[in-house]
Design a binder for this molecule. Structure first.
Ligand SMILES: Nc1ncnc2c1ncn2[C@@H]1O[C@H](COP(=O)(O)OP(=O)(O)OP(=O)(O)O)[C@@H](O)[C@H]1O
Ligand SMILES: N[C@@H](CCO)C(=O)O
Length: 320
């Protein structure tokens, strides 16, 4: 479920009247996603996504996301632009929430990616990094190592209610990452959440990258590590698919590539990425009632990835 704020048709009509986009033909709530309310709108001219920002996205960050997506789209990346009304305003209020009208992109997200689709995702990520290289905006990553420590503290004793010994495992991993986290790799604007559900595809072709609401300035190769953890395992983390890992990295190499220092740091970056999603999922697991309408994501699926990364060899991860 992801329609928290219901917007009556009359309000939707008045909202659309500010834009030059035709008049409303239909509006359907989109079930996928957990953070914002999303509607698919059809007008007499085109299709659009209407997003109402609920609690996670800070309104003050929206100009960064808007500028980034304009910048990427101008350089040929398939990303959804925010649409301005007749006065050029992209940020509106609707149903008491900040709201934006966004370009609709075709495609569907895959749940079990193939190696060919992983390669396409790697190419799209590399192209995004190339296009973002001259983007001047900056946004701090709240989910950096300091943010992981903070989340772990907030989960505290509740970790062990998820799995016995999880709290100690997290503490040990944080110590390891504090000692091994790379200090001087190139930093850039990254997506930071490029899971398969944030990539639209038709067959083996990427038709869109969406959900940039975690994008921030951080270690560029960390973005590939996040994507590796998201694309190259069975959903529950129980098996690593080496063919997808090799294809993802090969695709990234075609479009951008890793330096020697980034290669060497890659296992540590993958461990950090796995811990980041373990922690946010654990925090949500603890703080979302089991009967809430949103489906809680399993933190242990990322503990299994972490266990894999802690013993994997570099050739296993990179396919060479
Ligand atoms: N620009 C777009 N074009 C086409 N479909 C889109 C677009 N943006 C979002 N969607 C659709 O809406 C769904 C939810 O969007 P999104 O992932 O941004 O939501 P969210 O609430 O931020 O979710 P989460 O953070 O949990 O992924 C997507 O899975 C996709 O099906
Ligand atoms: N991609 C995240 C959720 C949204 O950021 C996860 O699977 O935990």
């Amino acid at each position: 479920m992801a329609v928290y704020t219901h917007v009556p048709a009359e309000d939707m009509d008045r909202f659309l009247a500010r834009y030059d986009v035709g008049s409303l033909v239909s509006a359907k709530g989109i079930a996928e996603g957990v953070e914002n309310s999303n509607y698919l709108l059809e007008t007499t001219q085109d299709r659009f996504i209407l997003t109402l920002y609920e609690k996670r996205v800070d309104e003050a960050d929206l100009p960064f996301f808007m500028d980034l997506l304009d910048h990427l789209a101008e350089r040929g990346c398939r990303v959804p632009r925010f649409i301005g009304d007749r006065q050029g305003r992209k940020l509106q209020q609707l149903g008491g929430r900040p709201a934006c009208l966004i370009e609709f992109l075709t495609g569907v997200s895959v749940t079990e990616p193939t190696a060919a689709q992983s390669r396409a995702a790697g190419i799209a990520l590399g192209e995004m990094h190339r296009a973002a290289a001259d983007f001047a905006g900056r946004r701090r990553n709240a989910l950096d190592p300091a943010g992981w420590h903070d989340l772990a503290t907030r989960c505290g004793a509740d970790f062990d209610a998820i799995a016995p010994g999880l709290g100690e495992r997290v503490r040990q991993e944080l110590l390891w990452l504090d000692a091994h986290w790379p200090a001087d790799l190139p930093s850039a604007v990254i997506h930071a959440d490029l899971f398969p559900d944030n990539v639209l595809m038709l067959g083996d072709r990427v038709t869109g990258l969406i959900d940039f609401y975690f994008s921030c300035t951080d270690i560029r190769a960390y973005d590939l590590a996040v994507t590796h953890g998201a694309w190259c395992f069975a959903h529950d983390g129980s098996a690593y698919h080496a063919d997808r890992g090799a294809a993802l990295v090969a695709g990234y190499d075609v479009a951008f590539g890793l330096s020697e220092a980034e290669h060497i740091a890659f296992p540590a970056l993958c461990r950090g990425a796995a811990l980041r999603f373990l922690l946010t999922r654990a925090y949500d697991w603890i703080n979302t009632p089991p009967d809430a309408l949103v489906t809680r994501k399993d933190p242990l699926a990322f503990l299994r990835r972490l266990d894999f990364y802690a013993q994997a060899t570099l050739p296993e991860l990179l396919g060479r």
